[in-house]
Design a protein around this ligand. Structure first.
Ligand code: HEM
Length: 513
């Protein structure tokens, strides 16, 4: 009996010692790893630094970067973030494969790794290569044969925009709704040969669903840091609505895919949807459909690709154009300088074209300065690490969310003279454009923006055409539009009205339909 007690006692003692050793070892390892993390602010248990975030997230992070340096770590709820505010570090990180994953959270679970923006690994690599090649084949390239396909599609929309604004006879207008239609039509025509009128009920429903999606994602943002919040009543309602809207958008895209299937011909690839149908057709013939999208449903993949390309390709371009109009309104003398350059180089009898671009340094510089001063995507798109790695001498554990803080790079006092000042001249040296390597509006590295060539062409053609045909002013007796914006995935200007006053120009020849 005493023997039994002794044996049990020894066992309990042994397990306690083992437990203590394991706990101590775990604490020591955790502490050692914790000490290797980049420096950063302390937060509260469970919540981390979340309660201290006030106002705009990118401004908060920029303030912290001034305090903790070009690489710092911050815990937000359950998630560890590493924030990079130095262009060299961002480049160093994003050229490494292990920094190219996307965070796993409530949102990514809804998207299930489909599409391209949230895809990872082989699926992402294949999609990126595929889309890059197909976009080029539809003329989305800096130079060379076929570029006119892209230019024609954009100019069709520019001409309609000019006609709509002209018909207002200088009356105050909210440009945002018109631009939505312009930029949506450019990307939709390339993706799925669809164009909308801004009054079209289908287009209104579609943009409503996407806008609501962005709004609901903002409500749900806290659940990305503290997953249990998803089950609170308000959040759970937002979550259900996101899923419902996603299904409705999915059905809308599926209709388009089905229509394409009916008229599909492998010899006539009209757009990106057709390019995917061709890839599916070939995979079927070669008996490798199962591995085409890493086992995912092909229709669901096409739906998400349309959704990704549409949302990435419309909101950021529209936002940048709205900022460029705000700067044109606020800086009338610089607007005049653009117009004088356009008159000199393009003349008064036609609209600007991509061939004019190299001869219009001030117009280009104006657009670049808008992209710097009002960085449309201030936090880039958040990356995640697929394994433990080191950066700048610090440990970046697997699963860390890595933020390229583009806003801080573009507003750095050490890189830019008077960064708050709007000064296109900073991009001009000896009458030519000079882009420093710390100008990174499209991100850098392996996951850099896939649509930068299209975006640059759209920004130039829409902005220069508007200023060539109209003088843009604020509405009478109204304050100038604010430089403060609404922060979501992009920083969108607050609603403003403007007047488009026609300049003297000979009739603009219309492109044949
Ligand atoms: C002014 C306009 C635009 C800006 C400022 C912009 C900026 C960005 C940025 C900062 C990223 C994140 C890069 C990263 O993850 O490191 C990105 C990604 C992306 N952009 Fe853009 N973008 C613009 C227009 C476009 C257009 C027109 C398209 C489509 C044709 C597009 C398609 C994409 C896609 C698909 C990605 C994800 C790439 C990936 O995950 O591999 N973007 N963009």
């Amino acid at each position: 009996m005493i023997g039994d007690v002794l044996v049990i006692g020894n066992l309990v003692f042994g397990f306690s010692v083992l437990f203590l050793i394991f706990t101590l070892n775990w604490l020591l390892t955790t502490h050692k790893r914790w000490r290797q993390l980049p420096p950063g602010p302390n937060g509260l248990p469970i919540l981390g630094y979340l309660p201290f975030i006030k106002g705009d997230f990118h401004e908060n992070l920029t303030d912290l970067s001034h305090q903790y340096g070009k690489i710092f770590s911050v815990r937000l709820g359950q998630e560890l973030f590493v924030v990079l505010s130095d262009h060299k570090l961002i480049r160093e990180a994003f050229r490494k494969e292990e920094f190219c994953a996307r965070p796993e959270n409530t949102f990514s679970k809804i998207l299930d790794g489909l599409g391209i923006i949230n895809a990872e690994g082989k699926l992402w690599k294949d999609q990126r290569r595929f889309l890059h090649d197909r976009l080029r084949s539809f003329g989305i390239k800096h130079a060379g044969n076929g570029r006119e396909m892209m230019e024609d599609r954009i100019m069709t929309e520019v001409e309609e925009l000019i006609e709509n604004l002209g018909s207002l006879n200088s009356a105050p207008v909210d440009l945002s709704t018109h631009l939505s239609c312009t930029v949506s039509n450019v990307i939709c025509s390339m993706l799925m040969s669809v164009r909308f009128h801004h009054d079209d009920s289908k287009f209104k429903r579609f943009t409503h669903l996407l806008d609501e999606g962005f709004r609901l994602f903002t409500i749900m943002a806290a659940a990305a840091f503290l997953p249990f919040l998803r089950f609170l009543p308000g959040m759970s309602k937002a979550y259900t609505q996101i899923c419902k809207n996603r299904d409705e958008i999915g059905e809308f895209f599926q209709q388009i895919v089905d229509e394409h299937r009916h008229s599909f011909s492998p010899d006539n690839v009209r757009d990106i949807v057709d390019a995917y149908l061709l890839a599916i057709h070939q995979a079927k013939e070669e008996n490798r459909l199962d591995s085409l999208f890493e086992g995912r449903n092909p229709d669901k993949q096409i739906q998400q690709i349309i959704g990704d390309m549409f949302s990435a390709g419309s909101e950021s371009v529209k936002t940048t154009l709205l900022w460029s109009i705000i700067f044109a309104i606020r800086e009338q003398d610089k607007q005049k300088q653009v117009q004088e350059e356009l008159d000199r180089v393009v003349g008064r009898s036609r609209l600007p074209s991509l061939d004019d671009l190299p001869h219009l340094p001030y117009t280009q510089a104006f657009i670049l300065e808008c992209m710097r001063r009002s960085t449309a995507v201030p936090l880039g798109t958040i990356h995640s690490t697929s394994r433990d790695s080191y950066l700048g001498g610090y440990l970046i554990p697997k699963g860390t969310q890595v933020v390229p803080l583009i806003h801080a790079v573009h507003m750095s006092e050490t890189l830019w003279k008077n960064p708050k000042e709007f000064s296109p001249d900073r991009f001009i040296q000896d009458d030519t454009i000079h882009k420093p390597d710390y100008f990174i509006p499209f991100g850098v590295g392996r996951r850099m923006c896939l649509g930068d060539t299209l975006a640059k062409a759209e920004l130039f053609l829409v902005f220069s055409s508007l200023l060539h045909v109209f003088t843009i002013t604020a509405t009478e007796n109204e304050p100038l539009p604010s430089l403060k914006g609404h922060v979501g995935a992009t920083v969108t200007p607050n609603k403003f009205l403007m007047c488009a006053i026609p300049r003297q120009i000979e009739t603009i020849p219309k492109k044949e339909a």
